[in-house]
Design a protein around this ligand. Structure first.
Ligand code: NAD
Length: 277
């Protein structure tokens, strides 16, 4: 099986294009799932403070015996910590919980337009970045108009924007904006939390290329150049989702999946979502 390609972020840091997502994995299952993913070959884990499993992700990495520097670890600022002082506190706490002295990528989880000001929060992330305790900083669920404000009011362009993308919500407008501004796009819920896997077009392509619908969908993201991190606790699926680098989709198969677009967002609209846990 060929190696996972990397994407170079706008500050030169390399991120593996395929990672392992741990949203909705219970803390008690996270260490084992992380270890299984690392055993299979994943070297990029996507967690968040709000997932409640940062500690167990870190335990899985340590207990696997893999060098910390060989795994790319992302975490995210919880929604309740947007005030700059609270941002510093939350970042320190993530490091403390994980017993790490740095993170690879730290993201503002949601812009929360009606809660404080995400530009001030971004300035706090810039300060953390300048302290050397995180290799790259970015955002999640930011729309182009949010990114425009960061560009106008600060001097650091986010390295990544993590947004909902799957065949039913291809987000080509936000992806194009990210690309024009040197921001890497990360696709969350890449298989639409499983909802795209029965789609007749995807099933048909999967039969034609002798792969599963999940593999075809993940391959579609990879060929579009986005970064993905499917979630599963099932060892067979963890392995299945990793085995996507020894086949290619033809242009017409890519186009047929991109044309699906049915249904739109599964998750919240970032312009309206202001939820604090
Ligand atoms: P996903 O698209 O990865 O789908 C996960 C679901 O699909 C799970 O229920 C799993 O059982 C099932 N599944 C996984 N592999 C399968 C396979 N091969 N065959 C059949 N079913 C399979 O959804 P997700 O977990 O929402 O997204 C992935 C990651 O993205 C998360 O774990 C998290 O790291 C990140 N995420 C970020 C945000 C954000 O706001 N930034 C929001 C949601 C998710």
């Amino acid at each position: 099986m060929s190696a996972v390609p990397t994407v170079q972020l706008n500050n030169g840091v390399e991120i593996p294009q395929l990672g392992f997502g741990v949203f909705q994995i219970k803390p008690e299952d996270t260490r084992a799932a992380t270890m299984e993913a690392l055993r299979v070959g994943y070297r990029h884990i996507d967690t968040a403070e709000i997932y409640g499993n940062e500690r167990e992700v870190a335990e899985g990495i340590r207990d696997c015996g893999i060098d910390r520097t060989d795994v790319f670890v992302t975490s995210k600022l919880n929604n309740g910590f947007h005030a700059p002082d609270r941002t510093f506190e939350a970042f320190d706490r993530s490091l403390e919980v994980m017993k790490f002295d740095y993170l690879d990528l730290f993201l503002i989880h949601w812009p929360l337009p009606a809660v404080g000001d995400f530009v001030d929060t971004w300035k706090a992330l810039i300060e953390i970045y300048r302290s050397g305790r995180v290799r790259a900083i970015g955002v999640s669920n930011f729309q182009p108009h949010h990114l425009d404000r960061l560009a106008a009011e600060t001097t650091v362009v986010p390295a990544a924007n993590q947004i909902e993308i799957h065949p039913y919500f291809a987000q080509d407008d936000v992806r194009a904006f990210d690309r024009e501004h040197g921001i890497a796009t990360e696709a969350w819920s890449p298989i639409g939390q499983g909802q795209v896997l029965d789609d007749p077009t995807i099933v048909h392509i999967a039969e034609r290329v002798h792969r599963t619908p999940a593999q075809v969908t993940l391959r579609w993201h990879i060929q579009r150049g986005d970064i993905v991190f499917p979630k599963s606790v099932t060892p067979a699926r963890i392995a299945e989702n990793f085995a996507i680098f020894d086949f290619e989709l033809a242009d017409e198969e890519m186009a047929a999946i991109t044309a699906l677009r049915g249904g739109g967002r599964r998750g919240p609209d970032p312009d309206e979502f202001n939820w604090i846990p």
